[in-house]
Design a protein around this ligand. Structure first.
Ligand code: ZN
Ligand code: ZN
Length: 454
């Protein structure tokens, strides 16, 4: 880059302030490689240069590298400051990494930084995103002062973890405390309502938003409303709502509607919406997968083949499903039907044993449901070995008795894996938390926090 060259020519690259600013610039342009090169070449680094690297990795989606750099920073004897914690906590949240998160929590407490509202909020957000919602609440209650961002983190946390009524309680508490809800608070509360099918409450908040708070709804709010109304089964009503929306009806709104058409097995509206989406976003895998599932559920196998052919012709590939779990200070990743893990034999034996116990307890594989999931992983044949089941079996084999098993998955959990996990949580008396592409599922004693509504 020109600026880089001119700084180099003037011999001021050794100046820590200049070099850190340059690292920051590269990171903001997404050139992490260049940033690292410059960083490694710095004769001395201060907290600002370390922060620029950590924030760069975190913002460019390299959570693992951000964590690694954060550790290196401490090994180099540099004390992390507020900015470092504010960057690293979202990276932990992204990885679902509570072990690292706990270490960072301790450092925050030792450094007396919990009184900083930005750091404390990031900490709450991290625990909530890792599925430790009780821990998030405990910290929230201890906060010496709260801002609207802190309330929002707590509302969103409850919503994502499936505790919609608690999200509503916190929202009301915020209003009573004299804090004004902002545009994000309303996104969070509508998200909470849509996830639990709370139609009346959702509609009330939606109206409240513009009438009492003069906040104009954005696409985010409309998506929540469409999800809420359509999933509750009011398909025609939702269609009217979409048509009347003052924002341009965007892909995500229709995609959400298509999902609801599949849920309610409405072939006519489903085909109509998919056709519309093929025009709006011809490369989206989800449209093809949803349409193919809608046809499959209606037993229209000819059309299923047609959609599959269309996908092939247009070069559209499904995203392979994968799940990960932490164990022995390492992250273990599993694909569907994966046999690459060193403990493969034990894992499959465990699943077979569990399968036998589940059948004794009344479980059966519903083949209709195996076709049912939104972005189905590979073939039906593999439904028994979906990635999250392998990760759960790994957890059961390796995590100390009594601890919660936490799994993260890149796609949505399918119906069979959901049922299976409910059975497993009861058979082994363990709490299992699965974070999928959309939300958290807390499985306990045969039940899930989502109430089978996801
Ligand atoms: Zn599955
Ligand atoms: Zn669930």
């Amino acid at each position: 880059m020109d600026i880089h060259q001119s700084i180099k020519d003037r011999g001021i690259l050794t100046n820590v302030v200049v070099a850190s600013a340059l690292i920051d610039m590269y990171a903001k342009c997404g050139s992490m490689h260049k940033a690292r090169e410059l960083f490694d070449g710095m004769p001395q680094k201060d907290v600002v240069s370390w922060n620029a690297m950590i924030a760069g990795y975190a913002q460019n989606g390299h959570a693992e590298k951000a964590l690694e750099t954060f550790k290196q920073m401490q090994s180099a004897g540099v004390m992390p400051d507020i900015a470092a914690f504010a960057s690293i906590l979202p990276a932990c949240a992204k990885m679902g990494d509570t072990v690292q998160g706990l270490g960072i929590h301790q450092r925050i407490m030792e450094g007396g930084l919990f009184s900083n509202v930005v750091v404390a909020t990031a900490l709450i957000d991290m625990y909530a995103k890792c599925g430790s919602i009780d821990k998030a609440r405990e910290l929230f209650d201890k906060m010496p002062q709260r801002r609207v961002i802190s309330w929002n983190a707590m509302i969103a946390g409850y919503a994502q973890n499936g505790f919609s009524n608690d999200a509503i309680k916190i929202f009301e508490l915020m209003k009573h405390s004299g804090t004004y809800p902002d545009i994000i608070s309303f996104s969070c509360i509508l998200f909470a309502c849509s996830h639990a099918g709370l139609v009346d409450e959702g509609c009330t908040y939606f109206n409240h938003m513009s009438n009492s708070y003069c906040i104009t709804p954005t696409v985010d709010h409309y998506v929540c409303m469409v999800d809420l109304l359509a999933r509750a089964g009011y398909l025609e009503h939702t269609l009217n709502f979409i048509i009347k929306m003052p924002v341009k009806s965007v892909v995500v709104v229709w995609m959400c509607f298509l999902g609801a058409c599949r849920l309610h097995m409405n072939l006519g509206l489903g085909v109509f919406t998919a056709t519309l989406l093929f025009d709006l976003d011809p490369k989206s895998t989800a449209t093809y997968v949803l349409l193919s599932n809608i046809y499959a559920e209606a037993g229209r196998w000819g059309e299923v083949q047609m959609v599959r052919r269309l996908m092939k012709d247009r070069g559209i590939k499904k995203i392979p499903g994968c799940s990960w779990i932490e164990g022995h200070k390492k992250v273990h990743v599993f694909g569907v039907g994966d046999r690459s893990h060193p403990q493969t034999q034990e894992i499959y034996e465990k699943l077979e044993k569990l399968d036998w116990e589940m059948k004794k307890a009344g479980y059966f594989l519903d083949s209709r449901h195996s076709l049912n999931d939104v972005e189905k992983e590979e073939k039906e044949l593999f439904v028994c070995y979906h990635s999250e089941k392998l990760a759960i079996a790994f957890g059961l084999l390796n995590m100390p008795l009594g601890t919660t098993i936490r799994v993260v998955k890149n796609l949505r959990v399918c119906v069979d894996c959901h049922t299976t996990t409910k059975f497993i949580s009861k058979i082994v008396s363990r709490e299992i938390v699965v974070r999928d592409a959309n939300r958290f599922h807390h499985f306990k004693q045969g039940q899930c926090s989502c109430g089978d509504y996801w």
